[in-house]
Design a protein around this ligand. Structure first.
Ligand code: ADP
Length: 372
């Protein structure tokens, strides 16, 4: 009874992994969900297809990735009707994400009565953010009424990667200060002090912070008013522009960093600018989090770009020697979880492979074990 199914319902895909202990027994992705011509009509249909396909014998639980846990959820929970309703109440804060997550939970609960369903929240790790880090400088009553604060995301990844960094350094987790850089399609930075998230770049939603595949990251909020007034764009149109047509895609025409790097190498000016905007933003966050932490033991790169692009890692940390941060080219070019800074460097620079699904499986097992 140690099998755990992990469901990760994204905006247009559903990823699943079946774990037996720490071993992946079965995995797959259903893509083009809800897109015309091809994929399943909606997330419900996609999850039903997966449940039909997967061997569900001996399942101890299903772990669901849930993007927004609001203020309420600071750790993974067993889903009952009240928890389901609470995640539904958070839909206005995560209209692009929570509905898909809920669809997965709804179908799995109906199809697998008696199998515990566990929600694992992207926001949970950031519950330790100091109030001053979570508070936007706007009218307090308005913020309180509408739930406007920094929640932070990618928590499962930042938690795993910061813990793994302490292992690589051979030091106790509660004594290490790390800046983690999760650079995937979505991207975020986090300052972790002794296992506690104390600053993170995504905010009320996953739109804030670093430049991403299709999201702008930080911008002047007045740009939104300007687009509304001068371009006559509707709110949904602006939402779509900033979430789906900006970032690397908006700047260079492609959202995949591999393609941006290839075009930059061929002398493409738009791709070169996209790369520079992208890495400059990372450099700025590293500096800001260095200042907030006061002392930094490690800077760790993870996720698709962070794990695989030596160019991005080198460019993002270039010029930070005075902060004790530098990258050894030969180590940077290597592979696997490792330290890539020179021996004796004041700050260790690390690369760690993140695995959010595995971490969700572990957390699911912990909740099921504790309650079952
Ligand atoms: P997600 O955020 O969807 O989980 P990943 O963490 O897998 O995605 O990151 C996906 C991104 O990683 C891709 O869009 C691509 O830009 C980037 N990537 C993957 N491999 C490489 C590579 N070898 N060099 C540069 N970028 C890469």
């Amino acid at each position: 009874m140690s099998r755990v199914l992990v469901l990760n319902c994204g905006s247009s895909s559903v990823k699943y992994r079946l774990y037996d202990g720490d071993t992946v027994h079965d995995k797959g992705t259903v893509e083009r969900v809800g897109e015309p011509g091809g994929g399943p009509a909606d997330h419900e249909t996609a999850v039903r297809e997966i449940l039909d396909r997967v061997d569900l014998a001996g399942l101890a639980g299903v772990g669901h990735r849930v993007v927004h846990g609001g203020r309420r959820f600071s750790e993974p929970v067993l889903v009952d009707d009240a928890v389901f309703a609470a995640i539904e109440e958070l839909v206005p804060l995560a209209p692009l994400h929570n509905p898909a997550n809920l669809a997965g939970i709804r179908v799995a609960r109906a199809a697998l009565p008696g199998v515990p369903q566990v929600a694992v929240f992207d926001t949970a790790f950031h519950h330790t953010l100091p109030e001053a880090a979570a508070t936007y400088a706007i009218d307090r009553d308005t913020a309180e009424r509408y739930g406007i604060r920094r929640y932070g995301f990618h928590g499962t990844s930042h938690a795993y990667v910061s813990r793994r960094t302490a292992e690589l350094l051979g030091r106790p987790y509660d004594q290490v200060r790390t800046i983690t850089l999760h650079l995937g399609n979505g991207a975020s930075a986090c300052a972790v002090d002794g296992g506690r998230s104390v600053a993170t770049s995504m905010g009320m939603s996953p739109l804030e912070g670093l430049v991403m595949g299709t999201r702008s990251g930080d911008l002047d909020p007045a740009i939104v008013f300007h687009l509304r007034r001068e371009a006559g764009m509707g709110v949904d149109e602006i939402d779509d522009l900033l979430n789906h047509r900006s970032g690397l895609l908006g700047l260079s025409g492609v959202n995949d960093m591999r393609e941006v790097l290839a075009r930059r190498a061929a002398g493409d000016r738009a791709a070169t600018l996209a790369f520079d905007v992208y890495r400059r933003r990372i450099t700025g966050y590293v500096g800001a989090y260095y200042a907030l932490l006061g002392r930094v033991d490690a800077v760790t790169f993870t996720a698709g770009v962070g794990e695989h692009s030596a160019d991005v890692r080198a460019a993002a940390l270039a010029g930070l020697d005075r902060l004790g941060i530098s990258v050894d080219p030969a180590r940077n070019a290597g592979s696997g979880d490792r330290v890539i800074s020179p021996d004796g460097a004041e700050v260790s620079v690390c690369v760690v492979g993140t695995d959010e699904e595995r971490e969700i499986a572990r957390e699911t097992r912990a909740v099921v074990g504790a309650t079952g």
